[in-house]
Design a protein around this ligand. Sequence first.
Ligand code: PAF
Length: 280
Amino acid sequence: MGMPTVYTTAHVLSSVISTAKKSGKVGFVPTMGALHHGHLSLVNKALEENVLVVVSIFVNPTQFNNASDLSNYPRTLTTDLELLSVFDNVIVYAPGVDDIYPKNDFFEPVDLDGLDTRLEGEFRPGHFQGVVHVVRNLFNIVQPHRAYFGEKDFQQLAVIRRMVKRLNFPIEIVSCPTHRSENGLALSSRNMRLTEQGLEDALLISQTLNYMKNLGHDSTPSKVMELGTAYFSKGNLSLEYLEIVDAESLMLLTNQWSAHSVCCIAAYCEDVRLIDNLAL
Ligand code: PAF
């Protein structure tokens, strides 16, 4: 234990990883820092299955379509490293922009069968191609056996799985359940920007999802969305979308439930954009 070693350049990191691969599998947890217990659970899971775990900390500019969202994104490297210091066999990759996006970097948008244009994609155009770009570059640098992603970013997980298939990465994608505070708020780095009152108000997000889940499948998805929207409107958050979709295709469900239906929500609380989801 102790502070993890931090690498800032791909070539030094790669040689450490190549050595580790001689004794076993390498796991990878990509993050944008501002670590919380959700991230730490990904690291824990990765440590159970690999001899070495690489955690990347990089606030990726290409996935932000709003300059103020990018500049307001929390950056807490010292605390992040302290949080990781409880683990053995964890190293950190905290590169600068030039290391991830070298001059000769070439990227063509990846065909994600529309998974990137639904839900988040409608409100954050280009966001998922930015995610795919950085994760592709990170995968090429780290070349892990397994990579770990949280289910809180449900659509991101679907997008990454599709990218891995499209680009033939020999990497197993492992998903881990959403971590919540005691009162149900999904853990997110963005929660750091909320006041006490905001943290209280934001509970409406998970309360709405649970309310909708409790309605069951007797009514149509359309009716459940209508009731959920009405429930949500009693609070003082501003709703961006609340949709029940098929978990595979992310297509909106209206009259029929699918084998795996999931409700996805995005809302603003004190100007902070929060997302969550729940299988219904
Ligand atoms: O989920 C995140 O934190 C980011 O989208 C990721 C996967 C690290 C890419 O920048």
